[in-house]
Design a protein around this ligand. Structure first.
Ligand code: SAH
Length: 229
């Protein structure tokens, strides 16, 4: 009898704490994102829906939703929620868009984008991070994201052109293949500048083949690595 009861208890699902995380996300969106001027309903909804704590295992939920970047191993970081929201809003994502991300990391930015657009192709240079993110995104049901372990410098020629490109590591110069793979009418957001120094968040647009760049704000991102690094 006791054994049967114990068996039942062990089989019981873990307590549902999703309401608590939803509350943390609502507060994150209000205080960190909407309060700083992000107005796109699609972006705010994406930030409310993606379970950021699942992308930083081992981190307390309150910290996962805090106004700061967090380590994800291998000397890499997941950006602060506001930066993820701002970069997403800046590429003005649309439901029919095909998007390229460079720097999968935890997979969080890719998941946020995937709730808005048609498909996300994301490249990660560190094999372990690519593998973990692939499994995590599959487990969480983000099935319109494709992760590949490769150097993002070359982009993803066989899937180009892309309506939007989001680069989450900072190159000193924008890799020419990424400019080439941006669709006409496309938008790219990329932090450009030296490692450890001040980088400029840069919005690149392409219209009738003409490339225009606008620098928006000083930022600090992890470096854009090359295979020989
Ligand atoms: N977008 C991520 C954060 C990434 S941090 C997230 O939401 O969690 C930047 C990532 O870029 C790191 O994982 C780093 O390994 C990766 N990276 C750096 N240089 C790269 C390159 N040349 N190609 C692909 N990924 C690269």
């Amino acid at each position: 009898m006791l054994a049967a009861l114990l068996g039942l208890l062990l089989l019981a699902p873990p307590p549902d704490t999703s309401w608590k995380h939803a509350g943390l996300r609502t507060r994150m969106v209000e205080r960190q994102i909407a309060a700083r001027g992000i107005t796109s309903p699609a972006v705010l909804q994406a930030m409310r829906s993606v379970p950021r704590h699942r992308f930083v295992p081992g981190v307390a939920p309150e910290l996962a939703y805090a106004d700061r970047p967090l380590p994800i191993g291998h000397d890499q970081t997941i950006s602060q929620p506001y930066i993820v929201a701002r970069m997403t809003a800046l590429v003005d994502p649309d439901a029919s868009d095909r998007v390229l991300e460079i720097g999968t990391g935890s997979g969080y930015q890719a998941a946020v984008l995937s709730t808005i657009v048609d498909s996300v192709y994301t490249l990660e240079i560190i094999p372990e991070l690519a593998a973990t993110a692939t499994n995590r995104l599959r487990r969480l049901g983000y099935d319109n994201v494709v992760v590949r372990n490769a150097d993002g410098f070359e982009g993803w020629p066989s899937r180009a052109p892309f309506d939007a490109i989001v680069v989450t590591a900072a190159p000193e110069e924008i890799p020419p293949p990424l400019l080439a793979q941006l669709a006409d009418g496309g938008r790219m957001i990329v932090p450009v500048g030296p490692t450890g120094g001040t980088q400029e968040l840069t919005l690149v647009t392409k219209d009738d083949g003409d490339i225009a760049r606008r620098t928006l704000a000083p930022v600090r991102f992890v470096p854009f690595l090359r295979p020989e690094d």
